[in-house]
Design a protein around this ligand. Structure first.
Ligand SMILES: *Cc1c(COP(=O)(O)O)cnc(C)c1O
Length: 379
């Protein structure tokens, strides 16, 4: 008998999602607009706070793309982006014909290093081009050092896009990730802390910016009885069916955060007595992570030579998914020639780090299987 697969992060329905979908069918709102889209936006706005407006979109990637468009990023412009992230943070820079400039992480939060950021901005200006935007990521749900980053950014007056795709519900100094700058983005892909099967949102600092996002997301139709276009538009709005899933998921978001954090504390206990393994955690009380994924770093010098790949394969044998940390963007073939600033912190993390099963739908049985693999390999 093969054991059922334990995923890193799989969809976890609360139960009410289907009712919102039924209502949409009953009222024939089977379209990329309708009461669920409006309701989901309302729920997100309330959750996020800080007077933000939220535009529900077809993906987090679309949200980053629209933020870049609204900031006027175009051909030949330079955009700074955290190197240690998923490719979706950086790809939209390319969509606009712009040039990504990658910045390394610091060791405490694994997110953009304020010092490397400053160095990058100053060097790009010296080389003749001031970066036109900065994409900061709250990776694995861990808030970036926003105070230090915003201090650097204000000095040069460059707009920031916060990629909070993995950090819905995380806070820095009690403020929600995604609300520190002009634009924040969220993702509701199948593997995120809540899902709409596929979807995302742009968090905007004004009603006007939200309206503009919806305008671009719905083919940029001018105000006219016929189809009149003076801008290139996109088909990026969220479906009313998917938004129904989102409304049901919002009802269980706080539970999901609590359960993901429970997984983190489970790993803290599990690895407490194993030398050479560190469970990634908040540096201090200013940071509150939703712990979207629990992650560890392994130092083979201290684990009697057991590497993260040995552990990954041991999990795989028991049908348990684990995965190396994100491979930094400046090492990716698609971004081969992009400038990079930093001291290889992200490269080091990629070499030693592993993401562990973290879903809010994992129970005692799954935790026991995970425990057994770890005890066996480190016995
Ligand atoms: C998932 C993710 C995205 C993209 O979101 P989609 O909804 O999948 O397009 C962007 N950035 C990060 C860091 C992500 O994890």
């Amino acid at each position: 008998m093969t054991l059922s697969k334990i995923w890193l992060s799989s969809p976890h329905m609360g139960g009410n999602e289907i009712n919102y979908i039924h209502t949409a069918f009953n009222e024939n709102w089977v379209a990329p607009l309708g009461p669920n889209v409006n309701g989901f936006e309302q729920d997100l706005k309330q959750f996020i706070g800080n007077n933000k407006e939220v535009a529900a979109l077809s993906s987090g990637t679309a949200a980053i793309h629209l933020a870049l468009i609204q900031l006027g990023i175009g051909l030949g412009d330079e955009v700074i982006c955290q190197s240690f992230t998923f490719s979706a943070s950086a790809n939209p820079i390319k969509y606009q014909g712009a040039q990504p400039v990658f910045v390394d992480s610091e060791k405490k939060t694994w997110n953009m290093c304020p010092k490397a950021l400053k160095e990058a901005i100053e060097d790009r200006i010296k080389k003749g081009k001031k970066p036109k935007a900065i994409i900061v990521v709250h990776l694995y749900g861990m808030p970036a050092m926003m105070d230090d980053i915003m201090t650097v950014v204000k000095e040069y007056d460059i707009p920031v896009i916060e990629d909070a795709a993995e950090a819905l519900g995380s806070t820095y100094k009690n403020r929600k990730c995604g609300t520190f700058s002009e634009y924040g983005i969220l993702s509701f892909n199948g593997n995120k802390i809540i899902t709409t099967s596929g979807g995302g949102a742009l968090v905007c600092s004004s009603e006007e910016k939200k309206k503009k996002a919806v305008f671009y997301a719905t083919q940029a139709r001018d105000d006219s009885p016929h189809y009149q276009h003076s801008h290139v538009g996109y088909n990026y709005r969220l479906s009313n069916i998917c938004a129904g899933i989102g409304r049901g998921q919002m009802e269980v978001l706080e539970d999901h955060i609590a359960l993901r954090r429970k997984m983190h504390f489970f790993y803290k206990d599990l690895f407490a007595s194993i030398e050479g393994i560190e469970v990634f955690e908040e540096p201090n009380d200013d940071f509150y992570s939703n712990h979207w994924l629990s992650t560890i770093t392994m130092n083979p010098k201290l684990t009697s030579g057991i590497t993260r790949e040995d552990l990954r394969l041991a999990f795989e044998k028991e049908n348990i998914e684990s995965r190396p940390l994100w491979k930094p963007m400046h090492l990716q073939p698609i971004f081969e020639n992009a400038p990079y600033y930093g001291e290889k912190v992200a490269e080091h993390l990629f070499e030693e780090g592993l993401c562990l099963p973290s879903g809010s739908n994992l129970g005692d049985e799954e935790r026991e299987r995970i425990t057994n693999v770890v005890l066996e390999i480190f016995k």
